[in-house]
Design a protein around this ligand. Structure first.
Ligand SMILES: [Zn+2]
Length: 63
């Protein structure tokens, strides 16, 4: 499994600056900060270009 640097895929800040959490997608490990986790949940289309095949992630239904 490929291991990326511990920095948020969106804002590029690392774990020295913000809390970051790791997630796995398409066989690759990524990092994202607490501030940008909601993007994965609600607006994954914003990750196109940052995450491979981000266009295949369905946003959570808004309640
Ligand atoms: Zn971030």
């Amino acid at each position: 499994m490929e291991d990326h640097k511990k920095e948020c895929i969106v804002c590029k800040r690392d774990e020295q600056q913000v809390p970051v959490t790791q997630f796995d997608y398409m066989g690759t490990r990524f990092w994202i900060c607490s501030q940008h986790i909601p993007i994965i949940i609600h607006e994954p289309s914003k990750l196109i270009g940052l995450l491979p095949d981000a266009d295949k992630i369905n946003p959570a239904e808004d309640i």
